[in-house]
Design a protein around this ligand. Structure first.
Ligand code: AMP
Length: 400
């Protein structure tokens, strides 16, 4: 079964065509700067990538280009759209309505629209993707996979903020989490890797990329996660500050004369590794500069690892222990130095990183010492495959 996986951003449309049974990516690409005069379309697998400058006024026009590239010319992957069996859409905010992936119908569309209040750019973008598919591939089954649904198992004590309760009632202000598809995928893969049931394990999952989040998964159930009402909360990230004293917000507004939108921009786009180092949000750049003695780069590097270390401690406390710690995404998968810094000093908790294994590269792997009580695993994330798999499962649900 071939699933077209779509991840629509406010000015982008990312896609993969995946054959679920063989787990192969048949084609992939991205339309960027949709709606601007500088739009372009990158399509193809790594050894056969084509970049085309192409005018795209909106997601509908972007979708037309994607479908054309999939079915014709040098980048063709299928003969006709009939070979796409279903479409899986990544949707950022599923709110309280969705605790799992669902087949898309009019009711689902109107709920995604209603939830746009909580994630304005993202949910509206997903709707543009859904509408473009409905227009150009009418009747094709579609599934929505939510970033938040994995965390709907959190208890109120974990998801509520100690603010006046009325704000929760009026505006649904609470923790929803994000990156749920990635956390769900890497937790399941970790259990498979260890050949143990997910339900038997206490797992801490760390998605450390440009965006960063961590989760506590207790016997298969997500009980806490670091991102909150929005993906700004929690860990220090590439350009996001993560958790800070909330009183800093009015302080900055008053002393820097900024509006709420401007402070929001500052915390989302000018903070994190970039804000502290003053150099870049890219950890590779920060790492090189810190090794050359750049003090603020060193500080940024230290703060990043310290932030992850603190969450490991929190999640060990809330689960009463941990069996497995899983690292994933750009930094978690690739940066041995950051991993070393994160795990230094955790030996008294039974967490021992093997320094030699830590240097090796590759796919899914264990990097803890043989005598470590806690297994440390690196598991490359694959949100697109998880979306394709959910879509596949929902297509066959009820047939068994
Ligand atoms: P992601 O958002 O998952 O694509 O991750 C992006 C982040 O991963 C960026 O900060 C990159 O600098 C970082 N990254 C990717 N490869 C490496 C590497 N080999 N060493 C250090 N950081 C890396």
């Amino acid at each position: 079964m071939n699933v077209l996986v779509l991840n629509a951003g406010s000015s982008s449309l990312k896609y993969q065509l995946i054959n679920v049974e063989s787990q192969t990516v048949m084609a992939k690409g991205i339309c960027e700067r949709v709606g601007s005069g500088e739009a372009f379309h990158k399509h193809g697998l790594d050894d056969n990538e084509h970049v085309i400058d192409a005018p795209m006024r909106d997601h509908n026009e972007a979708m037309a280009l994607v479908l054309e590239a999939l079915t014709s010319g040098p980048t063709k992957a299928i003969d006709s759209l009939d070979e796409i069996d279903a479409i899986g859409h990544r949707v950022v905010q599923g709110g309280k309505y969705f605790d799992r992936s669902v087949l898309i119908d009019d009711d689902v569309v109107s709920k995604i629209d209603e939830l746009a209040e909580l994630a304005p750019l993202h949910n509206k973008a997903a709707l543009m993707g859904i509408n473009a598919c409905r227009e150009q591939m009418p009747g094709k089954p579609m599934v929505a996979v939510f970033d938040t649904s994995f965390f709907q198992t959190l208890l109120p004590k974990a998801y509520m903020y100690p603010l006046p309760y009325e704000l929760y009632e009026k505006h649904s202000i609470r923790k929803y989490g994000a990156h749920g598809t990635s956390h769900r995928y890497i937790a399941q893969r970790a259990a498979d890797f260890l050949d143990e049931p997910l339900d038997d394990l206490k797992i801490i999952t760390c998605h450390l990329g440009n965006g960063c989040s961590m989760s506590a998964i207790d016997h298969g159930v997500a009980i806490d996660t670091s991102m909150g009402l929005t993906p700004l909360d929690g860990l220090m990230m590439g350009t996001r500050c993560g958790a800070i004293d909330p009183a800093i917000v009015p302080f900055i507004m008053e002393h820097e004369g900024l509006t709420a939108a401007e402070v929001n921009d500052l915390m989302n786009k000018q903070s994190g590794l970039l804000g502290i180092s003053g150099l870049s949000n890219d950890l590779r750049t920060v790492r090189t500069a810190s090794e050359e003695g750049h003090e603020r780069a060193q500080l940024a590097y230290d703060m990043y690892s310290y932030s992850v270390k603190k969450y490991i401690g929190q999640y060990i406390a809330v689960m009463g222990g941990v069996d497995v710690i899983v690292l994933s995404a750009g930094v978690g998968e690739n940066c041995d130095k950051m991993r070393r810094m994160i795990f230094t000093g955790l030996q008294p908790l039974g967490i021992k990183l093997d320094l030699e294994k830590n240097k090796l590269r590759g796919g899914e792997r264990e990097i803890s010492t043989d005598d470590s009580e806690v297994q440390i695993l690196v598991i490359p994330t694959n949100e697109e495959y998880m979306i394709a798999l959910d879509t596949f499962d929902l297509m066959f649900e009820g047939e068994a």
